[in-house]
Every structure is written in C-alpha cells, then in structure tokens.
Design a protein around this ligand. Sequence first.
Ligand code: GDG
Length: 468
Amino acid sequence: MSNRLPVDYVGGDGPDTEWKTSPGGLVTALEPVMRAADGAWIGWAGVADREFDAFEHDGIELIPVSLTADEVADYYEGFSNDTLWPLYHDVIAPPSFHREWWDAYVRVNRRFADAAALAAAEDAVVWVQDYQLQLVPRMLREQRPDLVIGFFNHIPFPAYGIYSQLPWRRQVVDGLLGADVIGFQRAADAGNFSRAVRRLFGYTTRGSVIEVPDGGTGTRRVVARHFPISIDAAGFEEIARRPEVQARAAEIRESLGSPRTVMLGVDRLDYTKGIRHRLKAFGELLRDDRLSVEDVTLVQVASPSRERVETYRQLRDEIELTVGRLNGDYSTLGHQAIAYLHHGYPREEMVALYLAADVMLVTALRDGMNLVAKEYVACRFDNDGTLVLSEFTGASDELRQAILVNPHDIEGLKDAMIGAVEMPQKERARRMRSLRKRVRDNDVAKWSASFLEALTGSGRLTAGLSDQ
Ligand code: GDG
C-alpha cells in the first residue's frame, strides 16, 4: 500500500479507462516483488472525487482508494505535506498543525486500512509505505490479527525533541506499533523512533526489538530497524551505456558552450534539498573569481512539486529570483552561469545529464536517503565524475567516498565544490570505483528482499527475486 498507485490516469471511463505506469523509484522497487508474490497494490489513483474499480495494469492488480478534493487538501497537501513533512525534516520549514487536517488523516488512513482488510487473503503479508499511512498498521491489525504487517518510512524520523511537537504524537507512534516490522532509512531514524516509544509509552526496547503489550497479559515483539533503500543500479547503467544516451550527453555539454566543468543538481523543488545553499555557494565562487562562467556551468533541474502548498510556492519564487540575479550578474552572451530547468524529464534524459556532469551536487539539509546520489554513481560506468554529498542524507551513511559536506557551512561547501572541480583524475576514478561497488552490491532488489525476509522470517516472498 502506498498513498499513490504506481500509475497515472490518462483518461476515459469504465472499461475504456486508460492508465500509464508512473516512473517512480517505488515502482521499480516493488514491481518485481509484486510479480513474484502475486499481490495487489492499494493506493489513490491521483484524481480527486472519482471512484475506480480494481483493475489490472502490466500484470499487477491495482486497488484504487478514492479521495475527495477536500481530503486531498487536508490529508495529503495539509497533514502529510505541510505538517508531517516539515516536522520529520527537522522543521526546516515550520509545520502547520490543524485539527481538521488530522481528522482527515485519520479518516483516510481508516479507508486505506479497510481496503487492505478486505483485499488481503488469510495470513497475507501487507507492506505499508510511508508517512501518509502511519495509522494503517494499528487499524489493520485490529481488524485482521492474522496478517503480517510491515511499514517502511521513506523520510527521516526526527529526534524526540522535535517529534514531540506533534499534538497527535501518541496516536502516530501507536499506529506504527501495529506493524510487525517498522523500517527506516538510517540507524539514527530507528533510534529516534525507539526513543519516542520509550518516552511516550515506557515500553521496553532491546536493540531493534520493542516489546509492545498485546492487549492481554503478554507482549508482541515489534522490530524497528534500518533498511536503506536503493535503486535499480543495473537498469541505470544499462541506459547509460546506450550509444544514443552518450551522444545526448555530449550534445548537452556542447549546447552549454562546452565548459570545462559541468556541475549538476537534480531535485524536486523542495526546501529540504538545500537548493538555496547550493546557489549561494556557487554565486559566491563566481563573485570571488574562484570560478568563472567561461569554465563552469551549473545545471539545476528543479522538478515541479507540491505546487498547491504555499511554502513550495514561496520557495520557487526565491529560487527563481536568485537564479535570475546570478545569471544577470555573471552570465556572458556565450556562457550562462546557471541553466535552470523547472521541468520533469524522461529517465533517459536524466541519465544523459548524469553522464554530462563532472560534479554532482547533492546538498540536502535533511533527506531520508536521496536516490539521485545513487543514480549518478550507478550511471558512471566510466569511473569518472565527482559526487559532493550532504552528510544529512541517508545516502551519506553508505557513500563514504563522496566529498561529504555540511551544506549549512557555506565556506566548507565552497571549498568542497572547488575540491571537486580540481580533483585529479586518478582520485576521481578511485573514489567512483568504490562508490559504484557499494551501490551495485546494495541495489533495490536487495532492499526489498531484506525487508520482506525480516517480515516473514522465511524469504518465501523473495524466492526468485534475485534473478530479476
Ligand atoms: C523520498 C525521500 C528517499 C527527479 N526529477 C526527475 C526525476 N526525479 C527522480 C530522481 C529520483 C527521484 O525522482 C527523487 O528521489 P529522491 O530520493 O532524490 O527524493 P524524494 O523524491 O524526496 O524521495 C528520499 C526516497 O523517497 C526513496 O525512499 O530517498 O529521501 O525524500 O529517482 O531521479 N525523474 C525523472 N525526471 C525528472 O525530472 N525521470
């Protein structure tokens, strides 16, 4: 189950309804699992005020949950994206707390739980994805104690001092504790969660095991630990090796005026991603003549995101003002300082950009994992390119051979950017080889297999996955 189904509605009604697969990371991650396990995927179809029957798409059974336009505003844009998202990302932006948003969150979580209770076979495994559905595990267990329930949180879980601001902090933790296994991106997230459990409920925790009262005289053992998510590394490399993608990468460099160095940022336009910090550092390097637009261009892809949430609108204005100023101050007729692209692109184009980039800038202020960092590495089969990576991403726990930065430290970030531009080829290759091994050995198939193994203790769902 996830908030969104892995498809987008294209048009039509009844039997003529048309769908297309949406190309997200979660789809790639779970598609092989779904095929191997003969399961159904429950989620919202992305269109408000519409009821759709269950249907099959590309061999996967999909069960749509409907949301009204008010619920989209209150449960999704409100509580999920304007309360939980900023709170769980260390209040980089102030979270809004509204009781009517919470009411909608409870109502929608119940609808998802009901749909799963109806769809799941006896003793089935249900895997709930992400912060929009944290109440589902408890609601589902109450209706269907026979089920095995897993939950995976794709975003960070904050320290208790921050988490405790949430007026419904007990209900959310209790909702999660309905699961058998609660997965997080980093060990630190799992630790923060266990601490919240101790502080709020006083339950005993031992390592990753939490003893939760079972309603009678005994306890249930709930596991809370980290399962760092990853990407389809072989799939990205395969695209990167295509001659037409390499030709496109060369064309991109040429169209930028063939600068010696291309720097790249790829993010959803989100305040957690540290785009402003990156622009500030880049602008100061130009101002102080440590970089020149003749030599270096920054390409910033900022894919449109959550455009109906006010904080996101403000962020877009600020970023576009900054980009406009920097380009006005430093671009020349032949060389642009920043190529700013507020678009989404097909995956092949993203891969061509990764290949075209000498330096990849991932400067998130807080990020559950950050798949962009792993994608860049997976694409660089030429063992070239330098990754500048924020230590506040989950990815930095694994990608230790990147140039690790604290993006709040603008001087440090500037030095890291210069270090990346000047890094000798030998060192780039040494670091990239080690990063690539890490990502190849820990791909998304391994992530889902290890989560499901922890959940079922048997691997019965994952048999055969390794061949796919
Ligand atoms: C959440 C957590 C965690 C972006 N623009 C385009 C495009 N993308 C793709 C990237 C990447 C994905 O979107 C973004 O993933 P991230 O991990 O970087 O960030 P979030 O969207 O915030 O994801 C995050 C993740 O969940 C998984 O658990 O890592 O921490 O916040 O795959 O390539 N893809 C295409 N065109 C674009 O314009 N095709």
